[in-house]
Unconditional design. Structure first.
Length: 185
């Protein structure tokens, strides 16, 4: 199927985050820049009827629901980073336990069921979860786009290298959120 005819999903990775780990302050600083751009893409996706899928770590709390994870963050010190991105009732929610959005999750099945052949990656962490997810998408023959201003990083130099690798090695489309296509052009 030509890339221009493939359905697209917006993936929002690990934004439901309490930021209680080493290097969290570095990530928070970058997330503050990325959140408005993720929000812009999220608003466009909702307006255009594009599938929105949140893929989020559960931080080892295996009996927590998506709503419980969200409420815990909204009661915490970094609620402002989640408030503009809270999932609506139409969004899918996939729990992940490792870096890749695909590793031992039902995401691949969901994408196949909905005939989605292209994903737009947003969220965090560019040099970790976004990079590994882009690679896993690539090996599954999915087209990958990354909104470069809608991903947050811990280390800028590693994030820049990761973006370059995604583009060069995985054929990922890199663009600013305002220029990122969400559907067939």
């Amino acid at each position: 199927m030509p890339a221009s005819l493939k359905k697209t999903a917006l993936l929002i990775v690990d934004v439901i985050n309490p930021y209680d780990f080493e290097d969290a302050e570095r990530l928070v600083a970058s997330a503050r820049d990325a959140v408005p751009h993720i929000g812009e893409l999220l608003g466009r996706a909702r307006d255009e009827g594009v599938r929105v899928i949140y893929v989020n770590d559960n931080y080892g709390v295996w009996n927590a629901s998506a709503d419980e994870l969200i409420q815990d963050v909204l009661r915490g010190d970094y609620a402002d980073l989640l408030e503009p991105l809270v999932p609506d009732d139409d969004a899918a929610f996939v729990v992940k336990a490792r870096h890749s959005v695909f590793y031992e999750t039902p995401l691949e099945y969901l994408l196949r069921q909905e005939e989605i052949g292209r994903i737009v990656l947003t969220g965090q962490v560019t040099e970790q979860c976004i990079l590994y997810s882009a690679l896993d998408a690539y090996i599954r023959h999915l087209d990958v786009a990354v909104a470069t201003d809608a991903v947050a990083h811990i280390y800028d130099d590693l994030a820049q290298a990761a973006l370059k690798m995604m583009q060069r090695n995985m054929g990922a489309e890199l663009s600013l959120a305002t220029q990122c296509a969400l559907g067939p052009e």
